[in-house]
Write a protein that binds this ligand. Structure first.
Ligand code: FES
Length: 108
């Protein structure tokens, strides 16, 4: 069986990401993967709490181990194009362990 090139984990079951839209984000990401012909290459999985509650919805992409905070459905198109297809992490959403790496950007 072919191994996925990337795994995208979306926190949907923790105590805050679920309330912050994790489930809907996961659905939109899965659809975007299909729409971009990435089925079989990129896998989007629901995940439990990443122990970073309050910064959600949170997303982690492997194998590069890139963490994103406060990802919205509006970010999905750019996330797919730039990171999942282009292999360039989306700087404005990066998580630094305490919040967004880029503190100048407004969180929606
Ligand atoms: S609920 Fe998402 S990190 Fe804890």
């Amino acid at each position: 069986m072919k191994v996925f090139e990337k795994h995208v984990f979306v926190c949907t079951m923790g105590k805050t990401c679920a309330e912050q839209g994790g489930e809907e984000l996961c659905s939109v990401l899965r659809q975007a993967v299909l729409d971009n012909g990435l089925k079989g290459k990129i896998r989007v999985n629901k995940a439990g709490c990443f122990d970073q509650c309050g910064h959600g919805p949170m997303v982690v992409v492997y194998p590069e181990q890139v963490w994103y905070a406060h990802v919205s459905c509006d970010d999905v198109s750019q996330l797919v194009t730039e990171h999942l297809i282009g292999d360039k992490p989306l700087e404005r959403l990066l998580y630094d362990g305490s919040g967004r790496l880029d503190k100048t950007k407004k969180i929606k």
